[in-house]
Design a protein around this ligand. Structure first.
Ligand SMILES: [Zn+2]
Ligand SMILES: [Zn+2]
Length: 78
């Protein structure tokens, strides 16, 4: 089951479970559309897999299986 992470791993912007701006790779690294289409060019920087739009979980299902609230953020490379 998807975690539905609450933020972009790259820029830390909020990505609520109903957002259509969230993209994920097969390992569920999560990015906003802006990062995915600009700096990342459609590929996950962690695993180089393709980024696809994250499916939205219906409200009823979210009540039973809530989205993750644990933010995942990569420290910027120095
Ligand atoms: Zn972002
Ligand atoms: Zn990945």
């Amino acid at each position: 089951m998807l975690e539905l992470r609450p933020n972009c791993e790259y820029c830390d912007s909020d990505l609520p479970p109903e957002s259509t701006e969230a993209l994920i790779c097969s390992f569920e690294c999560t990015y906003c559309r802006t990062c995915a289409e600009s700096v990342l060019q459609g590929h996950c920087p962690n695993c180089s897999g393709e980024l696809m739009q994250r499916p939205r979980r219906p409200i009823d299902a979210l009540k039973r299986h809530p989205a993750s609230t644990k933010r995942v953020i990569k420290a910027p490379k120095t």
